[in-house]
Write a protein that binds this ligand. Structure first.
Ligand code: NAP
Ligand code: GLV
Length: 311
C-alpha cells in the first residue's frame, strides 16, 4: 500500500485517485485514513513528514519525495536510512525549471523588476540596457538534472552557458567546470549566476560575500534551489554596492518569507513563492506509479538519494 502525506485532505484524496488509476492494483490511502494501520504502508509519497512518522512505519520498501530535493525529509533525525529514498524526476520537472531559469534571466536582462514597480506607480519608464542575451554567460552552480534541462532553453535565447558541479559534465553546449579548484574561473565568467545546488552541509551558505565578489561586476543572481544556500545580508550588501545588479529569488529560509521581510519591497529583487518547478500532479503520479511497477518487477528505483553525497 502507498500512503500519501501531502497538505490538504482533498489534495491527498486526488493523489490517491490518480495513483490507483495509473496502477490498478496499487492501493493508495491518505496518511490520516481512519482504517490505516502502520504495518500496511509499504510505500510513502510525501513532502515534509512530521519527525518520527516515517520511523513508525515498520514495512516501508521505498519513500518517494514529492519534490526533486529531499532535505525536507532527511532533516528528520529518525528517518529510516535503510529505506530507499526516491527524488522526484521526469521530463516535466526539468521543463518547468528550465522555463523558470529562462524567465528569471530575461527578467534580469530586460529590467522586469523596474517595470513592475513603475507599473504599480503608473509611471512610464523608458529603460533599455546595452546587453543582449548573446553578450552574456549564465553560470549554473549545480549542473545536475535540472540545470542540464535549462541549457537548451538558455542557448535558444542566445546566452552562453557554463556549469559548475563536483564532477565534470558532458552537457551539450555548456562549458563544464568541476570542483573547488575551478570555482573561481566559473564565477569569473558568470554574468548571471544561477543556484541549483542541493541543500547539503557543504553547500549551506555557499552564496556569501566572498563568492559574490568573484562575479563580474553587475552580475545578476537567481536562486531556484534552497534558501539556506544564500547568506542574505551578504547578497543584499552586494546588490546595494552594485556588485550584483539584481536577483530573482524563489526560495527562502524560512518559508514562507515573513511579511515583515525587507526583501519583499527591495527594488532590485524579484520574489516568487517556491514555484520554480512544480510539475503537474498527473506527471508526478505517473513517475511514482511507473517506478513502483518497475521495482516490483525486479528493477531498480530511479533517482535515488545517495547518503554518502547527501543528495
Ligand atoms: P541533481 O541532479 O542531483 O544535481 C545537483 C548538482 O549539484 C550536481 O551536478 C552535483 O554535482 C552538484 N553539486 C552537489 N553538491 C555540490 C558541491 N558541494 N559542489 C559542487 N557541485 C555540487 O539535482 P537536481 O534534480 O538538478 O535538483 C537540484 C536542486 O534543485 C534540488 O536539490 C532542490 O533543492 C532544487 N529544486 C528546487 C525547486 C523549486 O521549485 N525551487 C524544484 C526542484 C528542485 P555532481 O553531479 O558532480 O555530484
Ligand atoms: C522543490 O523545491 C523540489 O525540491 O522539487
Amino acid at each position: 500500500m502507498l500512503v500519501v502525506k501531502a497538505d490538504g485532505a482533498k489534495t491527498r484524496q486526488k493523489w490517491c485517485e490518480l495513483l490507483s488509476e495509473m496502477r490498478p492494483g496499487l492501493v493508495a490511502k491518505p496518511f490520516d485514513a481512519p482504517d490505516l494501520r502502520a504495518e500496511e504502508a509499504t510505500y510513502v509519497l510525501t513532502w515534509e513528514p512530521d519527525p518520527g512518522w516515517l520511523a513508525s512505519l515498520p514495512n516501508l520498501r521505498a519513500i518517494f519525495s514529492l519534490g526533486a530535493g529531499v532535505d525536507h525529509i532527511t532533516r528528520d533525525p529518525s528517518w529510516p536510512r535503510a529505506v530507499p529514498l526516491v527524488r522526484m524526476g521526469g521530463e516535466e520537472v526539468g521543463q518547468r525549471m528550465g522555463e523558470y531559469i529562462a524567465w528569471a534571466c530575461l527578467t534580469l536582462l530586460r529590467n522586469g523588476r523596474d517595470f513592475a514597480v513603475a507599473q504599480s506607480e503608473k509611471r512610464w519608464t523608458y529603460k533599455v540596457g546595452d546587453d543582449t542575451a548573446r553578450d552574456l554567460t549564465v553560470g549554473i552552480m549545480g549542473l545536475g538534472a535540472l540545470g542540464a534541462a535549462a541549457v537548451p532553453m538558455l542557448r535558444g535565447l542566445g546566452y552562453r552557458v557554463a556549469g559548475w558541479s563536483r564532477s565534470r559534465k558532458e552537457v551539450e553546449e555548456a562549458e563544464s567546470f568541476a570542483g573547488e579548484a575551478e570555482l573561481d574561473a566559473f564565477l569569473a565568467r558568470s554574468n548571471v549566476l544561477v543556484c541549483l545546488l542541493p541543500a547539503t552541509v557543504e553547500t549551506a551558505g555557499i552564496v556569501n560575500a566572498g563568492l559574490l565578489a568573484k562575479l563580474p561586476p553587475g552580475a545578476g543572481f537567481v536562486n531556484a534551489a534552497r534558501g539556506a544556500h544564500v547568506v542574505m545580508p551578504d547578497l543584499v550588501a552586494a546588490i546595494e554596492s552594485g556588485q550584483v545588479s539584481g536577483a530573482v529569488l524563489d526560495v527562502f529560509d524560512p518559508e514562507p518569507l515573513p511579511v515583515d521581510s525587507p526583501l519583499w519591497s527591495h527594488p532590485k529583487i524579484t520574489i516568487t513563492p517556491h514555484v520554480a518547478s512544480v510539475a503537474r500532479r498527473r506527471a508526478r503520479a505517473r513517475y511514482v506509479a511507473d517506478a513502483i511497477e518497475a521495482f516490483e518487477a525486479g528493477g531498480t528505483l530511479p533517482n535515488l538519494y545517495d547518503p554518502v553525497r547527501g543528495y
